[in-house]
Design a protein around this ligand. Structure first.
Ligand code: 5GP
Ligand code: ZN
Length: 107
């Protein structure tokens, strides 16, 4: 848990979020400013600042992150969706806790 990290605070239940899925390693919740009918954030509970800060030790976590997004999407029977990750300020990242955007045109 990193102080001043909004996603760590959501994971620690110190801030509310519309949680869609949670297990010991990941939290998936609705984006507060959705850009599509379905806009979820898939967040590892481990605080990694961005993909550029991930290491070889995070190989399994990175794979599981994608599979978690896939599991949530298939649970919603989405016929298709987009997965995006912004990396660092220059890549459009605003929250410095690595996360995937799961974006679908239907809820
Ligand atoms: P980034 O640009 O870092 O990839 O995306 C961060 C996302 O987090 C943005 O789409 C933004 O709307 C969302 N966000 C920022 N603060 C909060 C919050 O407190 N709660 C939730 N649910 N989403 C947030
Ligand atoms: Zn964090």
């Amino acid at each position: 848990m990193h102080e001043d990290c909004v996603f760590c605070k959501i994971i620690a239940k110190e801030l509310p979020a519309d949680m869609e899925y949670e297990d010991e390693k990941f939290a998936v919740f609705k984006d507060i400013k959705p850009v599509a009918p379905l806009h979820l954030l898939c967040v590892p509970k481990k605080h990694i600042v961005s993909l550029s800060h991930a290491t070889e030790a995070d190989r399994g976590l990175l794979g599981d992150l994608l599979l978690t997004a896939q599991k949530v999407a298939s649970g919603k029977r989405l016929p298709g969706y987009k997965i995006a990750m912004n990396v660092n300020r220059e890549g459009g990242q605003v929250v410095d806790h690595m996360h995937l955007h799961l974006i679908g045109t239907i809820e």
